[in-house]
Design a protein around this ligand. Structure first.
Ligand code: ADP
Length: 399
C-alpha cells in the first residue's frame, strides 16, 4: 500500500484538534485546532510542517463547517483529504465500553455501538460521533478508524473492573470501571520498556498520566491490570478541576443538606474541585510558584495532589508485586520536577528514588531520573497520543 498518511482527529463538543502524520517516517505534516465551533467567532489555527502558523476567525456553525475549513487549509498546503497518499482518518473515541478492545474500522454497526454508549459518556461520545460522520461525508471512500480511550484497559481482571455493588443493577446499567487515557497509557508503558532496553512482555510499569485530567495505571508485561479512572473520568487522582476519589455519600449529603441537585453536584465534582477547588488555580506551575511564596492554600492543594499520587503508587506496587519502572507523563508529569520529587520522597523502602540533578534537567525525550542504586527505574516519558492513534489506525488499514 503506497498511502502512508493518517489524519488524526480529536473532536470535542466545541473543538476539533487535528494532526496529519506520515507513517513512513512518523513525521508531522500539519497540526492545528478549531475552537468555539457553533459559538459565533470560531478560530482555526493551522501550522504546516516547517511553515508559519495561519489563523482564521470566522463563524463555523457546526463540526461539518469546521472540518471543511480544515480540509481547505490542508489542501492549500498540497495535503488535501482527497490525496491518494491519505490512508485513513484516525478518530479518538473516548468510550468504547466492553465492546471495543482494539481500534476498529468504522461502519454502521460501529457507529450504532458508539451511539449506544452515549449514556456512559454523555459529553464525549456525541462529539466523537459528529467528528466521524463529518469526516465520512467529506471523503466517503476513506477508511475511518475509531481508537478508543478505554480499549487498553479492557484487559483489567474482572475483580479490578467490578464495583462492589449489586451485580444485577450494575450490569443492567453498565456500571463498572472502564478507565480512560488508554492510548497514552499504552504508548507510555511501551516507550518505558524501550527506554529500559527490555521487551515490553518482561516489564511491569506504573504509569502516572498527569495532565489536566489525570490517571494512573498498573501495566504488567504490556497489559493493563488496573487503572484509576472508573465508570467516568471522575474517579481516582486529584485533577485540574475534578475531585478524583470521594466518598460517594458526599453526593447524597450535599443533596440532602445543601439542597444541591444531581447536576449541581456533578458540576461541582467535575469543574470546581481538584486543584481549582482547593486553591483557585489548576496550573501546576502557578501552584508551585505560590507555594514557594508561602501561600497556604496552594501548599495544601499541592500536598493533597501528591498524597493521592503516593497512595496510588503504593497500591499499584502491591497490585503488580514487582515494579520495574514508574513513568511520569503529560503536562505535569513531564514538566513538574517538584511533583515528581514529592511523589517518591521517602519511598526508598519501595525501591523508589529520584536523582535531584537528573530530575531537574529538562529534555523533550524519554529519560531515567532515578539513581543507579534504585531498584525501580523512575522515568519521564513524554506521551504522544496522536502518534499512537495514527500508528494503530495505520496498522489496521495497512495489514
Ligand atoms: P490536557 O489534559 O489538557 O491534555 P496536558 O497534558 O497538556 O493537559 O497538561 C496540562 C497541565 O500541565 C497544565 O494545566 C499544567 O498544570 C501542567 N503544566 C504544563 N506545563 C507545566 C510546567 N512547565 N510545569 C508544571 N506544570 C505544567
Amino acid at each position: 500500500m503506497s498511502a502512508t498518511r493518517v489524519l488524526v482527529l480529536n473532536s470535542g463538543s466545541s473543538s476539533v484538534k487535528y494532526q496529519l502524520l506520515d507513517m513512513a517516517d512518523r513525521s508531522r505534516l500539519a497540526v492545528g485546532l478549531v475552537e468555539r465551533i457553533g459559538e459565533g467567532a470560531s478560530r482555526l489555527l493551522h501550522t504546516p510542517a516547517g511553515g508559519e502558523r495561519r489563523e482564521r476567525v470566522e463563524p463555523y456553525p457546526d463540526h461539518g463547517a469546521a472540518l471543511k475549513a480544515v480540509a481547505a487549509e490542508l489542501a492549500a498546503d498540497g495535503l488535501g483529504l482527497d490525496s491518494p497518499d491519505l490512508a485513513a482518518v484516525g478518530h479518538r473515541v473516548v468510550h468504547g465500553g466492553r465492546e471495543f478492545t482494539r481500534p476498529t474500522v468504522v461502519d454502521d454497526r460501529v457507529l450504532a455501538e458508539i451511539e449506544r454508549l452515549v449514556p456512559v459518556a454523555p459529553l464525549h461520545n456525541p462529539a466523537n460521533l459528529t467528528g466521524i460522520r463529518t469526516a465520512q461525508a467529506l471523503n466517503p471512500d476513506l477508511p475511518q478508524v475509531a481508537v478508543f480511550d478505554t480499549a487498553f484497559h479492557t484487559t483489567m481482571p474482572e475483580y479490578a473492573a467490578r464495583y462492589a455493588i449489586d451485580v444485577a443493577t450494575a450490569d443492567a446499567h453498565r456500571v463498572r470501571r472502564y478507565g480512560f487515557h488508554g492510548t497514552s497509557h499504552a504508548y507510555v508503558s511501551r516507550a518505558t520498556a524501550e527506554l529500559l532496553g527490555r521487551p515490553v512482555e518482561d516489564v511491569n510499569v506504573i504509569v502516572l498520566h498527569l495532565g489536566n485530567g489525570a490517571s494512573a495505571s498498573a501495566v504488567r508485561g504490556g497489559r493493563c491490570v488496573e487503572t484509576s479512572m472508573g465508570l467516568t473520568p471522575l474517579e481516582g487522582l486529584v485533577m485540574g478541576t475534578r475531585s478524583g476519589d470521594v466518598d460517594p455519600a458526599v453526593v447524597f449529603h450535599l443533596n440532602r443538606v445543601a439542597g444541591m441537585s444531581t447536576d449541581e453536584v456533578d458540576e461541582l465534582l467535575n469543574k470546581r474541585s481538584g486543584l481549582v477547588g482547593l486553591c483557585g488555580d489548576n496550573d501546576m506551575r502557578e501552584i508551585v510558584r505560590r507555594r514557594e511564596e508561602g501561600d497556604e492554600r496552594a501548599a495544601l492543594a499541592f500536598d493533597v495532589y501528591v498524597h493521592r499520587l503516593r497512595k496510588y503508587v503504593g497500591a499499584y506496587t502491591a497490585v503488580l508485586g514487582r515494579v520495574d519502572a514508574l513513568a511520569f507523563t503529560a503536562g505535569v508529569g513531564e514538566n513538574s520536577a517538584p511533583v515528581r520529587e514529592a511523589t517518591v520522597a521517602g519511598l526508598e523502602g519501595l525501591g523508589l528514588a529520584v536523582d535531584t540533578e537528573l530530575n531537574n534537567r529538562r529534555t523533550d525525550t524519554a529519560r531515567v531520573i532515578s539513581p543507579q542504586y534504585a531498584s525501580v527505574a523512575v522515568a519521564v516519558v513524554p506521551t504522544d497520543e496522536e502518534l499512537e492513534i495514527a500508528t494503530q489506525a495505520y496498522a489496521l488499514v495497512s495489514s
